[in-house]
Design a protein around this ligand. Structure first.
Ligand code: CTP
Ligand code: MG
Length: 228
């Protein structure tokens, strides 16, 4: 059993509203994705870290990545996250039986120990699983004119995070078969095949940088982690 990380990093970061894609925005003096790659590289069970960037990426080469020894760069990003992941899984120099840990470039505050615990928990699982956290807030369904139509039950609802850990061959088959607008993560493709991936407790620190304020939050989290 071998594990590799696959990091989709071919998005444009439209919701950040910046001219540079968010994976290259400055976070504590480094491009955001640097922190993501550092976290994955610190997981002893992960033998290779594959990054999927877009063919037209103008930013990657302007940084020094030599500190990351197990890095493989794949310039095969697609028009959607699922396409980038599928292209990257196919291009990665790994075996079908290997575990792929797909992790968003935009989640730079990942705790390596959480990933190790996830691998230990899932490595003998028949399906695989994902990091996720139970929904904490009360959920409202919007009706007309931004008024509340009703309150949705939140029992049993979880927010999906990454990494999402599945066997490379099985994940390729699942995404290739069901790729489309409702495949927003890896687990959803396996769910369409009738499989039930495990929910592994993630962390609120593992946020996805999506909106401008998130960059500041990520900086606070990383600084807090450094100070113990
Ligand atoms: N991603 C990708 N290829 C795409 C779209 C997204 O590899 N065609 C990656 C992003 O780079 C990011 C991860 O998937 O690391 C999660 O996607 P998201 O947070 O939605 O990033 P963006 O699509 O870049 O942001 P936005 O949706 O605001 O444009
Ligand atoms: Mg997106």
């Amino acid at each position: 059993m071998s594990c590799f990380a696959l990091v989709p990093a071919a998005g444009s970061g439209a919701r950040m509203g910046a001219t540079t894609p968010k994976q290259y925005l400055d976070l504590l003096g480094k491009p955001l994705i640097w922190h993501t790659l550092r976290a994955l590289s610190a997981v002893p069970e992960i033998t290779r870290v594959c990054v999927v960037i877009s063919a037209g990426d103008e930013w990657w080469n302007s940084y020094d990545w030599s500190a990351f020894e197990r890095l493989q760069v794949l310039r095969c990003g697609g028009a959607t996250r699922a396409e980038s992941v599928l292209n990257g899984l196919r291009a990665a120099d790994v075996a079908d039986a290997d575990w792929a840990l797909v992790h968003d470039a935009a989640r730079p505050c990942l705790d390596p120990q959480l990933v190790s615990a996830m691998i230990v928990r899932l490595q003998h699982d028949a399906v695989g699983g994902i990091l996720a956290v139970p929904v904490a807030d009360t959920l409202k369904r919007a009706g007309m004119g931004e008024r509340i139509a009703r309150t949705e039950a939140r029992d049993g609802l979880w927010q999906a995070q990454t990494p999402q850990m599945f066997r490379r061959g099985e994940l390729i088959h699942a995404i290739a078969e069901f790729i489309g607008p409702d495949i927003t993560d890896e687990a959803s493709a396996l769910e369409k095949q009738g499989k039930a991936p495990q929910l592994v407790m993630g962390s609120p620190w593992n946020l996805k940088v999506t909106w401008p304020q998130d960059l500041q939050l990520a900086a606070l989290i990383l600084q807090g982690a450094k100070n113990g």
